[in-house]
Design a protein. Structure first.
Length: 230
C-alpha cells in the first residue's frame, strides 16, 4: 500500500500489519463485506462481476479491494471528517461516523474500475459486449436478438456465454432484473407489481420465488428492513 490508499477487507480476510515508521499513520476503521460493494455497483453488476472475476486467478478468492485514492481530495476530506468525529467524541459521533462511512464507500465504488491488462480473445470481447448490452437492455433482451445481431447460431452463442461467464445467459439476465428490482424496492415507494413489470418480468409468482431465493426476503420485507436503517 502507498500513501493515501484505502484497503477494504472482507469479513474473515487474513491480514497482518508490520511495524509502522514514525511518519506513518494507519487508520483501521472497520471490516466490510465485499457483497456491499457489489450491491453499490448494481447498475453495472453483470459486467462488473465478470471483469472482477477475470482479474483474479481462478484459484484465488478475492476478499479485499485496494483503492488508489491519494489524488482524490473528496475521499481525503471524508476520511478527515471521520477521524475528527472519532477523536473529538462529540454528541452523536457514532451516528455521524456511520453516515460518513456510507458516503465514503459509495464514492469509492462509484469511481472504482476493474482493469484487465491481459490480452482479450475474440470470444471474451464478444461476451463483454453482450454483458454490457444486458446491463443496458435487461428489460427486453433475449438470446434470439443477440444471436441475430452478432451473426451467431443461438445454441453456439448460448454455450459460449456459459463457458466464458460461468452461468447461463438466462441466469445472468434474471440476476440483473432482480438487482434492478431491488433498487426500486429499496429506494422508491412504487407498488411491487409495477416494479415487476418495469424490470421485464411478467409472471408475479416466478418473480417472488426468485427474489426470495436471491435476497432471502420478500420484496415488502426488504423494503421495510431498508427503511428501518434510515
Amino acid at each position: 500500500m502507498n500513501k493515501g490508499d484505502l484497503l477494504l477487507l472482507d469479513v474473515g480476510a487474513e491480514h497482518s500489519i508490520k511495524s509502522l515508521g514514525k511518519n506513518d499513520l494507519l487508520v483501521n476503521i472497520f471490516n466490510i463485506n465485499i457483497d456491499l460493494l457489489k450491491d453499490l455497483r448494481r447498475s453495472r453488476s453483470v459486467l462488473y462481476d465478470f471483469l472482477l472475476r477475470s482479474s483474479v486467478k481462478s484459484s484465488q478468492q478475492q476478499n479485499f479491494l485496494v483503492f488508489r485514492t491519494a489524488k482524490n481530495k473528496k475521499i481525503a476530506q471524508i476520511m478527515n471528517e471521520i477521524i475528527d468525529e472519532y477523536f473529538l467524541k462529540r454528541e452523536f459521533s457514532d451516528t455521524v461516523i456511520k453516515a460518513y462511512l456510507q458516503v465514503l464507500i459509495t464514492n469509492l465504488v462509484r469511481d472504482y474500475r476493474v482493469l484487465d491488462n491481459q490480452p482479450q480473445s475474440k470470444s471474451c470481447k464478444l461476451i463483454i459486449e453482450i454483458l454490457d448490452e444486458i446491463d443496458k437492455q435487461y428489460m427486453d433482451i433475449n438470446l434470439d436478438k443477440l444471436a441475430a445481431k452478432h451473426n451467431y447460431n443461438k445454441n453456439y452463442l448460448s454455450n459460449l456465454f456459459k463457458k466464458e461467464v460461468g452461468e447461463p445467459f438466462s441466469a445472468v439476465v434474471l440476476k440483473k432484473r432482480l438487482t434492478q428490482a431491488n433498487i426500486l424496492i429499496t429506494s422508491t415507494e412504487l407498488p411491487i407489481s409495477q416494479i415487476i413489470q418495469a424490470v421485464g418480468i411478467s409472471n408475479y409468482s416466478y418473480f417472488y420465488k426468485k427474489y426470495y431465493n436471491f435476497y432471502h426476503k420478500l420484496p415488502l420485507e426488504q423494503r421495510k428492513a431498508n427503511n428501518q436503517l434510515y
